[in-house]
Design a protein around this ligand. Structure first.
Ligand code: GLA
Length: 401
């Protein structure tokens, strides 16, 4: 990352800027919440199939300044895009400019749990790039839910908040996402990955403190609006597979319950496309378990190989990659000091995640810079990230941040 990039990130992510804007817009004293973006080392599209994932919260975050009102009005302001929303708690419905829906859906979910809410003022901004696969939307949803829960003393725990935020995205925003993003943003810990079982939400913090390795994101700069609709299609294809396989073994509730051998034995029951989706998910679940075992024994070469395998499966089996993601991942995989590289998140754009030996970082950035210019015909967008804690209250007193 260049000094210029770092300066830009620091300023854009500055919580004081959000606080100052809130005071200017609303004239009251807010609480301030930091809500991070997330990476995922391995386990893509396994969460909505009740499998395993290995995400972490990172040092890019959205800051939300929030205050309760004594009427039923809602005033939201998105600092980075300059958009505003004004409405009322009595008329919550989805709006065309997507971002207010991330907040409105959360309010509705709290109401549906029976909580009486007052109006809210909220100003937010940060440095989680939008649409780049770092889950800026989950950070916004989780941060807003966390702030309301604290201000109103509603007593919900972080896992409950993650579930609430996921429901809001499913029911109000209309993307049938799994729970990984909201969970990682709310429950992340410094220098820790989260090995999460998306079936029963049991989880374990896995130390990831290696100073000799860097987690590096290469942003394709491709933002595709088809992500939401394709996401829902993939999910429906997996459900179609489960419904057919369940006829053979009634105990099957999700692809988590399907072994590779069982899937092969019943392959002819499935449409080829459904078979490909299911085979990817079954293999990816196993890759997460293998990668965790490799990490535990310090075998980072095996961990990286699992990441590379994940990319191949996402590109050819689940078919959610795109030419830019393939170029960046495949080029990175050939470079010295790169243990693993793969597309990250829902797909069709956004970032690759690369595990790079620290001593090779500079050369990696230089070589990937050439790939960006020669093959993607765009300027490089490469970010080194650190694993940080999950959503937290950092103000009124912002000296702490
Ligand atoms: C998006 C969704 C997550 C997860 C990933 C793919 O980020 O929000 O729930 O399914 O895609 O792993």
């Amino acid at each position: 990352m260049t000094a210029g990039h770092m300066e830009q990130d620091r300023v854009a992510g500055d919580p004081h800027r959000v606080l100052t804007a809130f005071r200017a817009h609303c004239g009251t004293e807010p609480v301030l919440v930091r809500s991070p973006g997330r990476v995922n080392l391995i386990g893509e599209h396994t969460d909505h199939n009740l499998g395993f994932v290995l995400p972490a919260a990172i040092d890019k975050a959205i800051f939300l300044a929030m205050a309760l009102r004594d009427d039923r009005k809602l005033n939201f302001h998105a600092l980075d895009t300059g958009g505003s929303y004004t409405g009322s708690l009595d008329a919550i419905h989805p709006v065309a400019s997507q971002w207010p829906n991330y907040l409105l859906g959360i309010l509705l979910e709290f109401q549906q749990l029976g909580f009486e809410l007052p109006g809210v003022d909220c100003v937010f901004g940060g440095n989680v790039p939008i649409g780049c696969g770092l889950s800026s939307s989950a950070a916004l949803e989780g941060g807003f839910a966390f702030g309301l829960n604290r201000m109103l003393d509603l007593g919900l725990g972080r896992v409950d908040l993650a579930k609430l935020a996921q429901r809001s995205e499913n029911r109000f925003v209309g993307v049938n996402c799994g729970i990984m993003d909201q969970f990682a943003s709310l429950l992340g810990r410094r220098k820790r990955l989260i090995r999460l079982d998306c079936r029963d939400l049991s989880f374990e913090y896995v130390p990831f403190e290696r100073e000799d390795l860097r987690i590096v994101l290469c942003d394709t700069r491709v933002r595709r609006s088809l992500t939401g609709s394709e996401y829902n299609t993939r999910r429906a294809e997996c459900e179609e597979g489960v419904a057919l396989l369940r006829q053979q073994a009634p105990g099957i509730e999700s692809l988590r319950d399907v072994s590779g051998a069982f899937l092969e034995a019943h392959r002819t029951l499935l449409r080829p496309v459904v078979y490909r989706r299911c085979a990817y998910v079954v293999a990816e679940n196993q890759r997460v378990l293998d990668a965790c075992a490799a990490l535990a024994r310090g075998d980072m070469a095996a961990f990286g190989a699992a990441m590379n395998g994940s990319h191949a499966g996402l590109a050819r089996g689940f078919e959610v990659s795109c030419p830019e993601l393939d170029r960046l991942a495949e080029a990175a995989q050939t470079l010295p000091g790169v243990l693993g590289a793969r597309m990250m998140g829902a797909g069709f754009g956004g970032c690759t995640i690369n595990l790079v030996e620290a001593e090779h970082l500079e050369a990696f950035q230089a070589r990937m810079g050439l790939v960006y210019r020669d093959q993607l015909r765009t300027e490089p967008a490469i970010h080194v990230c650190r694993l940080r804690g999950g959503t937290e209250l950092i103000g009124p007193d912002t000296e702490a941040c």
